[in-house]
Ligand binder design. Structure first.
Ligand SMILES: Cc1cc2nc3c(=O)[nH]c(=O)nc-3n(C[C@H](O)[C@H](O)[C@H](O)COP(=O)(O)O)c2cc1C
Length: 218
């Protein structure tokens, strides 16, 4: 097929036959199940297995979605780092309800997480910022994330200036406007593709501090 040919979307489909999600073998903790699926995605060398879609809610009630990288997960929640003054940062400050979606296509799996987002402590931002490559640190300083900028040269000029301000042989401080969030889950839904579109869907909901599990129709 030539790259300029229109893809035939109507006939594009996959039969999902790789696995199943059983009620009797699924762990009681959805975090344990999530960690198992993430480890499986890593073991199968999926590209960017920790990439997740993050949906937030704008002031007018409209949803906004973008990809961010998961940087930690445990019973406290799903951690990620970003610019607090970005669009997502402003939206989360006004409305902390958010949703995540992981898609591991080659494993025919999806996980959707819904919950409440809080800022991570400053020490965690500083600790993670410290281990990022030098260029990424400069990039974080250079970017007024989500703002309109005049052109590419403007951004690169800022990066050159910042490389002078923060030389590579000295520690680069973590900007005040940059840090982490944790999404504390109230619901996790695990989807495993099955043949004939009769997929498995297990929904875990936190009810009075205890995880309840239900099976959803595909
Ligand atoms: C694979 C991938 C990973 C990304 N990881 C992050 C991330 O961890 N943090 C981040 O702020 N932006 C990340 N981005 C960029 C965001 O998708 C987005 O463009 C940026 O955060 C601005 O979003 P906003 O304007 O909605 O706030 C990533 C993009 C991709 C495609």
């Amino acid at each position: 097929m030539n790259p300029q040919d229109k893809p035939n979307l109507r006939d594009m489909r996959v039969s999902y036959e790789l696995g199943e999600l059983n009620d009797d073998t699924a762990p009681a903790s959805p975090i344990e199940l999530f960690q198992g699926w993430l480890a499986d995605a890593v073991a199968h060398q999926l590209p960017e297995p920790n990439a997740m879609s993050l949906a937030t809610i704008g002031a007018d009630g409209s949803p906004n979605v973008r990809t961010v990288l998961l940087k930690g997960v445990d019973e406290r929640g799903f951690g990620f780092f970003t610019n607090y003054e970005s669009r997502k940062g402003r939206e989360l400050a006004a409305n902390p309800r958010a949703s995540l979606c992981f898609l591991w296509t080659n494993r025919q799996r999806q996980v959707v997480v819904r919950g409440i987002v809080t800022k991570l402590p400053r020490e965690e931002a500083e600790s993670y910022f410290g281990v990022r490559p030098y260029g990424h640190k400069i990039g974080a300083w250079a970017s007024k994330q989500s703002e309109v900028i005049p052109n590419r040269e403007w951004l690169e000029g800022r990066a050159v200036e910042l490389r002078r301000t923060f030389p590579e042989d000295q520690p680069v401080p973590c900007p005040d406007f940059w840090g982490g969030y944790a999404l504390q889950p109230q619901e996790l839904e695990f989807w495993q593709g099955r043949p004939s579109r009769l997929h498995d869907r297990l929904l875990y909901r936190l009810v009075n501090g205890v995880w309840q599990r239900e099976r959803l129709s595909p």
